[in-house]
Ligand binder design. Structure first.
Ligand SMILES: NC(=O)c1ccc[n+]([C@@H]2O[C@H](COP(=O)([O-])OP(=O)(O)OC[C@H]3O[C@@H](n4cnc5c(N)ncnc54)[C@H](O)[C@@H]3O)[C@@H](O)[C@H]2O)c1
Ligand SMILES: O=C(O)CC[C@@H](O)C(=O)O
Length: 323
């Protein structure tokens, strides 16, 4: 009897294949090559991706034998979950695998934007010793505004409190007592915008959160504010951010994520007060190994018809999805 086919469409940790073991036929493809993805997924029982592969209704329709889509990471915005559900395909992710790495990159970017680390490094490498140009600002004693107090937002809050920051947070879905229990003041979004010295967003990309920090919101912040986005491109509106940075209404920004990815050209990249990384939040050995192993285990459970706690759609129906 032939083995179930598991298609890996993004670059996943080698630990993923090790964790899957020998019960499956593991195939690889470049999920950003649409034609290749559509051709290869036709024979797949399971499809494993990171954030680069777009798994939309067309991909799901091209895969009549597909039973489970595994997302090695948190965000599900590259997967059409309703289309998968309608087709009886389970979607599983790894909600905890990379959150420490994403939080640590956020902290690194907060420090980098406060102290102009990449700009100073680039200047020195170009033979210029420009100490006067790179006077920064301390984090200690400043207010950090966290929008989205989920797993990553809380990890960032805890770490930055150790730097002496006062942390305030806005998250309508988190009980105020949960925030205060961690020494974080829960506040309405408008209060957060007017009070914070550093603003960081840790939200899923949804219809509600896209553009949440837009033109109007950026009119309310202090001109000294630094904005960090390690969540998803567009949660902080890129055009509005560019305007605010060039008009001196925002002092600096650090971005890991972009509306369109890969993103190699942006007016934001030309600004001295912007620090930019290419979606590296989850790019550590530890996060990728955990994401690969966790998603492999969940996919194996799904293929065996067992319930999967990390299912993002219809977990209670996991056993009744495609057999
Ligand atoms: N840059 C990266 O590589 C990287 C890595 C991991 C995760 N992420 C992104 O970070 C996001 C957050 O991850 P997480 O693990 O913290 O998720 P999470 O689900 O634990 O937390 C998200 C929080 O956002 C809150 N929220 C939702 N809508 C809101 C709104 N309108 N206003 C305020 N709060 C709102 C939720 O209540 C929740 O507490 C992910 O969805 C993903 O897109 C990026
Ligand atoms: O691993 C990646 O491709 C990034 C994943 C990250 O953005 C996430 O949402 O988990």
């Amino acid at each position: 009897m032939s083995k179930p086919v598991i298609l890996l469409a993004d670059r996943l940790s080698p630990a993923t294949v090790d964790a899957l073991g020998s019960a499956y036929e593991v195939r690889h493809c470049d999920g950003t090559d649409r034609a290749e993805l559509l051709a290869q997924v036709a024979a797949a029982d399971a499809l494993l991706v990171r954030s680069a592969t777009r798994v939309d209704a067309e991909v799901i329709a091209a895969a009549p034998g597909l039973k489970v889509i595994g997302r090695a990471g948190v965000g599900l915005d590259n997967i059409d979950v309703p289309a998968a559900t309608a087709a009886g395909v389970l979607v599983v992710n790894t909600p905890t695998a990379n959150v420490v790495s994403a939080a640590e990159l956020t902290c690194a970017l907060l420090l980098a934007v406060a102290r102009h680390v990449p700009q100073a490094d680039a200047t020195l490498r170009n033979g210029r010793w420009e100490r006067g140009r790179f006077t920064g600002t301390e984090l200690s004693g400043k207010v950090l505004g966290v929008v989205g107090l989920g797993r990553i937002g809380l990890l960032v809050a805890q770490r930055m409190a150790a730097f002496g920051m006062t942390v305030i947070a806005h998250d309508p879905h988190v009980a105020p007592e949960r925030a205060t229990a961690h020494g974080i003041e829960p506040v309405p979004l408008d209060d957060l915008l007017t009070r914070c010295d550093f603003l960081t967003v840790h939200l899923p990309k949804t219809a509600e959160t896209l553009g949440l920090i837009g033109r109007e919101e950026l009119k309310k912040v202090k001109p000294s504010v630094r904005v960090v986005n390690v969540a998803r491109g567009g949660i902080v509106d890129e055009d509005a951010l560019y305007e605010a940075l060039t008009e001196g209404r925002v002092a600096g920004a650090a971005l890991d994520v972009y509306v369109t990815e890969p993103c190699t050209e942006s007016p934001l990249f030309a600004l001295d007060n912007v620090v930019a990384t290419p979606h590296l939040g989850a790019s550590t050995e530890e996060a990728q190994e955990k994401a690969g192993v966790f998603v492999a285990r969940s996919v194996a459970r799904a293929l065996a018809g067992e319930p999967v706690a990390e299912a993002a759609n219809a977990p209670e129906r996991a056993l009744s999805l495609r057999a």
